[in-house]
Design a protein around this ligand. Sequence first.
Ligand SMILES: Cc1cc2nc3c(=O)[nH]c(=O)nc-3n(C[C@H](O)[C@H](O)[C@H](O)COP(=O)(O)O)c2cc1C
Ligand SMILES: Cc1ncc(COP(=O)(O)O)c(C=O)c1O
Length: 191
Amino acid sequence: MAPDPVSQFASWFADAVEAGLPEPNAMVLATSSAGGLPTARTVLLKGYDQQGFVFYTNYESRKGRDLAENPRACLLFPWHPLRRQVRVEGKVTKLPREDSAAYFHSRPYGSRIGAWASRQSAVVRSRDELDARFRELAERWPEDPPLPDFWGGLRVVPSEVEFWQGQIDRMHDRLRYRHTKAGWTLERLAP
Ligand SMILES: Cc1cc2nc3c(=O)[nH]c(=O)nc-3n(C[C@H](O)[C@H](O)[C@H](O)COP(=O)(O)O)c2cc1C
Ligand SMILES: Cc1ncc(COP(=O)(O)O)c(C=O)c1O
């Protein structure tokens, strides 16, 4: 195992890509409201480094509202064909606007209009209404829509990262990194 979880993640992520897993960067993001109600959904990992794990979303979506009132999250990478999973826990911070803008402008035009057209997680009357909103916004910005102020990146800053490897007889390997004042400590957990 690597001395820190991000280096170890890099190695397992490379294995997931190499193995040809569909959407190896898909991860389940769990959040909870201030009242303690948990929810989970899939998002795409768009970057990671020693600072943490980054994804992009609508800040006013259900997950966005959860994270505004309770900025803690758990990420789960379900790499079943490799008999592996990785779980990341930590605090969540917003990306600087310039970083969100750089990513937003790298997205296909339609996805950028889509971000504007979708009040993510709100109830919509019909598919037609959604499509009309898309067309209206595409007319407003025939090219280069700006970054919406309600959209951008979030970073999960890891405090614990667990690497799980399936083994025979359900005697799996579970190795957990925990951030302490002294740096990262690595512990083995019972399967
Ligand atoms: C494979 C996959 C990847 C997804 N990636 C994202 C993403 O990166 N960002 C995002 O906002 N929603 C993404 N979604 C949609 C979310 O799962 C979810 O439906 C949406 O963000 C609204 O979630 P919420 O109402 O809990 O906030 C993805 C869905 C799937 C199935
Ligand atoms: C609503 C939504 N936002 C953001 C993303 C992130 O990916 P991309 O920036 O590649 O569209 C996805 C991916 O499925 C998505 O469904």
